[in-house]
Design a protein around this ligand. Structure first.
Ligand SMILES: Cc1cc2nc3c(=O)[nH]c(=O)nc-3n(C[C@H](O)[C@H](O)[C@H](O)COP(=O)(O)OP(=O)(O)OC[C@H]3O[C@@H](n4cnc5c(N)ncnc54)[C@H](O)[C@@H]3O)c2cc1C
Length: 370
C-alpha cells in the first residue's frame, strides 16, 4: 500500500525559495519539502552568480532588496557562523552608446557615483580605454554565500521537524474535503496548503493543481569561467558590468566568471550552455577589455524565471484553494529570499507581514494577473 504522509504545508521545490519558506514556517507548522532531484539546490539556486545589488531590479525588487538586507547584515550567527555577505563593490562601464544610460543610473541609483575612466581602469586594469566612455561605481554590492544561506535554512528547518524528501517528484494532485492529496512517484502526501516553489517549473506545477499558469518564462543565462589574466590578481576587483547588460565579470577566487547576460526563453529543463551564445557574449566582452579570451576553463547555464512584469509572485492563488505561489524571482531570487520567505510564511500563517513589505503585497500577488 502507498505510504501516506500527513502535514500542514507541502513545499514543492528545495531551492532557495522552498527551503527559505520552510525554515520560516518551521516551528509553527508541520512542513514537508518535496524535491525531484537527488539533492536540494541543484537547479537555479546552485547556479547563481551570488551577488547582492541593492539597485538591481524594478521598484518592487528594490523594496524586497531593502527589506532583505538586515537579515544578511545582522545574521543569526548560530545558524550562519560565517558572514553571508562579503564586500565586492560594483563598477558599471559604458561604451559610446551607453553614456546617457550611465548618467541615468547615477541619477536614479542609490549610492551610485560617477567616476572618471582613470579610476575605473585603476580598479580593473584590463578595461579598454579606447572603448570605455563613462563609468560609475556603487560600493554597496556584496558577494552572497549562497551555499551557507541555503544550508543554514535547511539545518534550521530539519532541526525543527521539517521533512525533506528528495527524488520525490510531484506528478498529480486532488483537492478533497478542504485538503490537498498530492501524488509523487513514491508516496502520497496530504496537506491543507501547498507552496509552489518549483522555480522554472512553477507554471507546469500549477497545472497539476488546476491553477491557471501565470505566463512565467524561464530564461537561460550562461557563465564562462576564465583564468585570471596573466599578471593580474582579480580577487580585489569589483563586479564589472556593461550598462546595457551586454556582459559582466564577477571575480571569483583567482578567476573570473564572465556572463554574456543572455536571456533566452526556454522550456523548463536542466539548463546547459549554448556555445554560440557564449562565444558571442565573450566577443562583446573582448571589445571592452585589453586581453583576448584564450581559454574557457568551464561554463554553466541556469534558468532565471520571470513573470510577464518581471516581478516575483508571492501569494495565494485567487481561484484555487490552499495553493500558494512563490515563484518568478528572475535574477534576484537569492538576494530577495529573506524578505520573500518571511512574507510568504506570514501570509500562509495568516499573520501580518512586516510593515516594510506591506505596500508590496498587491504587486507580488498572483491576483494581479486575474
Ligand atoms: C546564471 C544565474 C545567475 C544568477 N545570479 C543571481 C544573483 O547574483 N543574485 C540573485 O539574487 N539571484 C541570482 N540568480 C537567480 C536565482 O538563482 C534564482 O532566482 C533562485 O535560485 C530561484 O530559486 P528557486 O528556489 O525558485 O528555484 P530553484 O533553485 O530552481 O528550485 C526549484 C526546485 O523545484 C524543483 N521542482 C520542480 N518541479 C518539481 C516537481 N514537480 N516535484 C518536485 N520538485 C520539483 C526543482 O527540481 C528545483 O530544485 C541567478 C540565476 C542564474 C541562472
Amino acid at each position: 500500500m502507498t505510504e501516506i504522509v500527513e502535514t500542514d504545508v507541502l513545499v514543492i521545490g528545495a531551492g532557495i525559495a522552498g527551503v527559505g519558506v520552510a525554515a520560516a514556517l518551521a516551528g509553527t507548522h508541520k512542513v514537508a519539502i518535496l524535491e525531484r532531484e537527488t539533492q536540494p539546490g541543484y537547479h537555479s539556486t546552485g547556479r547563481s552568480a551570488a551577488i547582492f545589488l541593492p539597485n538591481y531590479g524594478n521598484d518592487v525588487i528594490r523594496g524586497l532588496n531593502k527589506a532583505s538586507a538586515p537579515f544578511f547584515q545582522q545574521r543569526d550567527v548560530g545558524l550562519f557562523p560565517d558572514p553571508l555577505l562579503n564586500p565586492r563593490g560594483s563598477l558599471t562601464v559604458a561604451g559610446e552608446d551607453g553614456v546617457e544610460a550611465c548618467e541615468d543610473f547615477v541619477r536614479n541609483g542609490l549610492g551610485v557615483e560617477a567616476i572618471d575612466i582613470d579610476r575605473a581602469i585603476g580598479m580593473v586594469p584590463i578595461l579598454n580605454r579606447d572603448h570605455i566612455k563613462a563609468a560609475c561605481y556603487q560600493a554597496d554590492a556584496w558577494d552572497i554565500d549562497v551555499n551557507a544561506l541555503h544550508q543554514g535554512w535547511l539545518r534550521k528547518a530539519t532541526a525543527l521537524g521539517v521533512e525533506l524528501y528528495t527524488k520525490c517528484e510531484v506528478v498529480g494532485a486532488k483537492h478533497i474535503a478542504g485538503e490537498w492529496q498530492v501524488e509523487t512517484d513514491v508516496r502520497t502526501f496530504r496537506a491543507t496548503t501547498v507552496v509552489n516553489a518549483s522555480g522554472a517549473w512553477a507554471d507546469v506545477t500549477a497545472g497539476l493543481f488546476g491553477a491557471r499558469p501565470l505566463g512565467l518564462t524561464p530564461m537561460r543565462r550562461s557563465i564562462a569561467v576564465l583564468p585570471a589574466p596573466d599578471g593580474h590578481d582579480t580577487r580585489g576587483w569589483p563586479l564589472v558590468d556593461d550598462v546595457h547588460e551586454a556582459w559582466y565579470i564577477k571575480p571569483d577566487g583567482g578567476r573570473m566568471f564572465v556572463s554574456p547576460c543572455d536571456e533566452t526563453p526556454v522550456e523548463p529543463h536542466d539548463a546547459f550552455v549554448d556555445d554560440m551564445i557564449l562565444a558571442e557574449g565573450l566577443y562583446r566582452f573582448e571589445q571592452a577589455v585589453t586581453i583576448p579570451v584564450t581559454r574557457v576553463e568551464s561554463s554553466w547555464a541556469g534558468l532565471r524565471t520571470f513573470a510577464p512584469d518581471r516581478t516575483p509572485v508571492a501569494g495565494f492563488d485567487s481561484e484555487v484553494d490552499g495553493f500558494f505561489w512563490l515563484a518568478g524571482q528572475g535574477g534576484y531570487g537569492i538576494q530577495t529570499s529573506p524578505a520573500l520567505s518571511a512574507l510568504s510564511a506570514a501570509l500562509i500563517g495568516r499573520q501580518d507581514p512586516e510593515r516594510a513589505v506591506e505596500p508590496l503585497l498587491a504587486k507580488l500577488s498572483p491576483a494581479r494577473f486575474d
